[in-house]
Design a protein around this ligand. Structure first.
Ligand code: PGA
Length: 248
């Protein structure tokens, strides 16, 4: 279960979050990893406030370059050096607003894999793609650019996030999400391996909330969620809790 805080939060917010969310997350019964990504500046603070809980902290982005003259960039090695083991890569906001192409996303995956940083790699179609029946073409194209740069699949989580569902309140139906996740696994089976296809965690993101999480999680190929807006609220506890429905 991933929480993507985007450009939200403050030190005060993190303290309150500890009381409202972290301290009541039910890790025992859920047995799922919980990874939260605040802005880079708040990583240390969230690490401090979450140290008594089984929460891991992620970066929302990583440099495509090694250490050097790249103003404003944080490298994969620097994240690991600060004991941050995860980064989100290729989020649609980074693709759309910050011009990240498939090639850039691929480079970020490569440098993360080479350094040992685990990644939540994001893919997803725009509304126009879906309307033109191009959902799988776009998703596979993005997945291909990622997979070319993967050397250790155990360190990868794939997040399917239809762009039209992000921050819009319009969630993909459980059937729509399952259909894409299933096709992604089929592609992985054909192009990578049977083992990777069955083991890779494919999580869904896009307006996940405490109401729709229970149905989405029961779908066979949905292994968890990447949650934006709702991960900032108390309801994130219920979303994480929905994971237990996978085993009922
Ligand atoms: P949302 O965002 O849950 O607010 O739709 C998801 C994401 O961007 O990862």
């Amino acid at each position: 279960m991933g929480g993507n805080w985007k450009s939200n939060g403050s030190h005060k917010f993190i303290k309150q979050y500890k009381e409202d969310v972290l301290s009541i997350l039910n890790f025992e019964s859920n047995k799922c990893e919980v990874v939260i990504a605040p802005v880079t500046l708040h990583i240390e603070s969230l690490k401090l406030h979450s140290r008594d809980f089984a929460v891991q902290v992620a970066a929302q982005n990583v440099s495509a370059y090694p250490e050097g003259a790249y103003t404003g960039e944080v490298t994969a090695a620097q994240l690991l050096d600060s004991k941050v083991n995860w980064a989100i890569i290729g989020h649609s906001e980074r693709r759309k607003l910050f011009g990240e192409t498939n090639e850039v996303v691929g480079n970020k995956v490569k440098i993360s894999q080479d350094s040992g940083l685990k990644v939540i790699a994001c893919i997803g179609e725009q509304l126009e793609d879906r309307e033109k029946n191009k959902t799988m073409d776009v998703c596979i194209n993005q997945l291909e650019a990622i997979s070319k740069n993967v050397s250790k699949w155990d360190d990868v989580v794939l997040a399917y996030e239809p762009v039209w569902a992000i921050g819009t309140g319009k969630t993909a139906s459980p059937e729509q999400a399952q259909e894409v996740h299933h096709e992604l696994r089929k592609w992985l089976h054909a192009k990578i391996s049977k083992d990777v296809a069955s083991k890779l965690r494919i999580i869904y993101g896009g307006s996940v909330n405490e109401k729709n999480a229970n149905d989405l999680i029961t779908k066979e190929d949905i292994d968890g969620f990447l949650v934006g807006g709702a991960s900032l609220k108390k309801n994130f506890v219920q979303i994480v809790d929905s994971y237990k429905n996978k085993f009922i």
